[in-house]
Design a binder for this molecule. Structure first.
Ligand SMILES: C[S@@+](CC[C@H](N)C(=O)[O-])C[C@H]1O[C@@H](n2cnc3c(N)ncnc32)[C@H](O)[C@@H]1O
Length: 265
């Protein structure tokens, strides 16, 4: 395990312990809620991705008991791989609670060698590609493990987003760093604010994240035979919100957009 992976695993475990949103499992889901989750944005809803019955699904670097719940409850044969033991524990707990079987693997998203060639109908990668500096290995591995015409959902950090609410001036939000592939995207090492059940916040040192340019994302998928059939520009903000707030900042650009692609060659 290299230094980065060791560090990020430790940081993600700390975020699990602190109960950050991305580590809270979907413990009150049913099949309809799960379908609604997968189709939750207008630009994907029209593709009607509702039937996962019997489909082989890999939740890639997507532990935490959220996406594995959704695809299992809608009939998929689900595998999940993630770096962080605390995240995978929640996938196991949800499988036990809902009563489905689940393959759970701990590992780095860049090494999918434990999975056979052409073994998945869908690889679903919630926001995680920015926790490594070199996404090309992942794209090549996703291509290898996808069946022909298999789908890849990839959410990623907008490379133009490195702004802070507190930086607001009447001229807008300054971008804090240049647009360069692979450079750390939290150079100031700002800690994460994690909301607690009583409404207070605690600060937790976050994992390392890296900028991936649009060229890296789109060419990386194209070079691996993927046809992008949908893009969702999320999360949506509110331009009428108070300037200097997260809601307002999000109206300046989609912070974590996502694409759906199909392996066509
Ligand atoms: C923001 S969470 C995304 C998944 C979560 N289920 C959700 O809905 O938000 C990011 C996940 O990426 C995982 N991760 C970070 N670096 C990784 C790596 N190199 N290989 C595998 N998983 C990684 C973390 O453990 C964490 O579970």
């Amino acid at each position: 395990m290299d230094e980065l992976i060791k560090y990020n695993q430790e940081r993600w475990q700390a975020l699990v312990d602190a109960g950050v949103e991305y580590t809270r499992p979907y413990a009150d889901y049913d099949p309809q809620k799960a379908i609604d989750y997968v189709n939750r944005w207008a630009d994907i809803k029209r593709h009607n991705l509702t039937d996962w019955t019997g489909k082989d699904v890999l939740c890639l670097a997507s532990g935490g008991g959220q996406q594995s719940v959704c695809f299992s409850l809608t009939g998929g044969n689900v595998s999940v791989i993630d770096l962080t033991p605390g995240q995978l524990k929640q996938d196991r707990e949800m499988a036990e609670k809902y009563g489905y079987s689940l393959r759970v693997e701990q590992g780095d998203m860049r090494d999918l060698s434990r999975f056979e060639d052409e073994s998945f109908d869908l690889v679903y990668q919630a926001y995680s590609i920015n926790f490594i500096p070199d996404p090309w290995t992942v794209f090549a591995e996703v291509k290898r493990v996808l069946k022909p015409n298999g789908l890849y959902y990839l959410q990623f950090g907008n490379p133009l987003w490195n702004m802070e609410e507190t930086d607001w001036t009447e001229k807008g939000y300054p971008i804090r760093q240049p647009y360069v592939q692979g450079q750390p995207s939290n150079p100031d090492e700002l800690p994460w604010d994690v909301e607690q059940p009583d409404g207070t916040y605690i600060k937790v040192e976050g994992p390392k994240e890296f900028c991936h340019t649009f060229g890296t994302i789109f060419n990386g998928l194209g070079d691996n035979g993927m046809y992008i059939f949908a893009m969702v520009e999320v999360p949506e903000g509110d331009a009428s919100a108070k300037p200097g707030t997260w809601e307002h900042l999000k109206s300046y650009l989609p912070v974590w957009p996502a694409v759906w692609a199909k392996k066509i060659s």
